[in-house]
Structure formats: structure tokens, C-alpha cells
Design a protein around this ligand. Structure first.
Ligand code: GDP
Length: 242
């Protein structure tokens, strides 16, 4: 990237699209989507907001009544050019970022838990446009029981998982190296029927220190097939974000 050009990502176009509480209501668009999963408080909303360069995008998912829902954010779409001179030009939605309900609240039990298992389990296992999963885990406490449940569900699809080891700023350098090594060891133990390792990757991430943001951005764009667009330039940025 030339030094005069600031880092900007196509992910910055993300806008709230819809919220879904039943699999039957999932968007019918056949564009690739990538889902963000993680234990409550792992830093999922913060990571999504930072990757999309928006303050409150993912906090839509935290408003009462939406916490157990699947929230869709669109990349591209007609709104991209709405304030331009050529606003009549409609652009197709190119991808979705999908914010899954955070899991692991102690008080979620009984029927709410069953609903979570059914909705999330089926979504990650059967959703055809779902290209990959981003699993956000606190770098100090990765691979909790429900994280492992998520890995197991997704392993059956053979699709990629990229783990963000979040809050890496809470670790010193050697602890961070150990955390990343542990994650690689656990992830490499997942293999398909022929014994080939599944496409599971991991990186350190800190929203506070902005560590790993460009790496995560590049990975997500690659998984969504948007990798050709290294950056967008200032004049391509939606007006609301400029
Ligand atoms: P979510 O429940 O997974 O969506 O988690 P949030 O994004 O709401 O984050 C939970 C808490 O962790 C909040 O208090 C955040 O400010 C904090 N947090 C998120 N990311 C980081 C990070 O990179 N470093 C540190 N130190 N705290 C973070």
C-alpha cells in the first residue's frame, strides 16, 4: 500500500441487514457469508466493530430481544452509492458478516439453551452460503466446552475456521506465544476422514492495542472471496463512514 493511502477495507461497508431467530428466515441471497462465534464477553462485538471500523455495529446484537438472534450485516448493496451522483446504479450485496449469539451465559438453561443448540448447531452445520467461521476466544481462556462444541459442529462441514485469540494485550510476549502455540496444537488435531488436517487457523488479536487487525481483515476477505480488494480508497468509502 502506498504510504499516502490509509488502510481501508471493504469490510468497512458493513451495514445492519436483518436479524433472524428461525432458520426459515435466513436471507435467501446466495452470496458468501462468514459467521462470528464466541463465548459471551470474549470480545466478539468489539472485534466486529473494529474490523468494520464502526462504533456500534455489532452492539445491535446486544439490544434486548436480539441477544439470542443471528444478526446479518451486508457488504455492498444498493446503499453503497446512495449519496453519489450516480445513485441510481444499484450494486449487488456481495457478502454477509454474521454475528451469532454469544454463548456460555450461566443463566441460559433449559429451553433457551435448547433453542441456542438448535439454532446455532443447525445454522453452522447446514447453511450452504456459510463459507467459514471466525471463532473469538479470550486468549487467556481458549477452548472452553462450548467453543469445542462449535469446533466439533463445524468440523463436519470441512469448511475453514479462523480463531481470533482476543484480548492478547492481557498477555505478555511469552504467554502470547504459548497461547498461539497451544491453539495451533489443538486445531491441528482436527482431521478429516482421510487424516488430513482441517483448514483451521489462529492468530493473536487485541482490539485495545489494534494487534492483528490487518491480518484478520485479510483472512476474512480471503475467506469471503473478496481478497482481490486489498483496500478501498478514500473516495470509495461510503459517505457515512468517511
Ligand atoms: P462479546 O460479549 O463477546 O461481544 O464481548 P465485548 O466485545 O462486549 O467485550 C467484552 C469486554 O471485553 C468489554 O468490556 C470490552 O471492552 C473488553 N474487550 C474487548 N476486546 C478487548 C481487547 O482486545 N482487550 C481488552 N483488554 N479488553 C477487550
Amino acid at each position: 500500500m502506498p504510504p499516502w493511502q490509509r488502510f481501508m477495507s471493504v469490510l468497512w461497508q458493513a451495514r445492519f441487514f436483518t436479524t433472524v431467530n428461525r432458520l426459515g428466515d435466513l436471507p435467501k441471497y446466495k452470496v458468501p457469508e462468514i459467521a462470528f462465534a464466541g463465548r459471551s464477553n470474549a470480545g466478539k462485538s468489539t472485534a466486529i466493530n473494529l474490523l468494520c471500523n464502526q462504533k456500534r455495529l455489532a452492539f445491535a446484537s446486544k439490544t434486548p430481544g436480539r441477544t439470542q438472534h443471528i444478526n446479518f450485516f451486508s457488504i455492498g448493496g444498493a446503499h453503497v452509492g446512495q449519496h453519489r451522483k450516480d445513485a441510481t446504479r444499484t450494486e449487488e450485496i456481495r457478502a454477509f458478516l454474521v454475528d451469532l449469539p454469544g454463548y456460555g451465559y450461566a443463566e441460559v438453561s433449559g429451553s433457551a439453551k435448547d433453542h441456542w443448540q438448535e439454532l446455532l448447531g443447525r445454522y453452522v452445520q447446514v447453511r450452504d452460503p456459510l463459507a467459514a467461521l471466525v471463532l473469538i476466544m479470550d486468549a487467556r481462556r481458549p477452548f472452553t466446552e462450548l467453543d469445542t462444541q462449535m469446533l466439533e459442529w463445524f468440523a463436519g462441514t470441512g469448511k475453514p475456521i479462523h480463531c481470533l485469540l482476543s484480548k492478547a494485550d492481557k498477555l505478555n510476549r511469552s504467554e502470547a506465544t504459548d497461547a498461539l502455540r497451544l491453539a495451533h496444537t489443538v486445531l491441528s488435531s482436527y482431521v478429516d476422514e482421510s487424516g488430513t488436517p482441517l483448514p483451521f487457523t489462529a492468530q493473536l488479536f487485541s482490539a485495545t492495542k489494534r494487534t492483528g487487525v490487518e491480518e484478520a481483515d485479510a483472512k476474512i476477505r480471503q475467506l469471503l472471496g473478496l481478497s482481490a480488494e486489498e483496500t478501498t480508497t478514500a473516495w470509495d468509502t461510503p459517505d457515512t463512514l468517511a
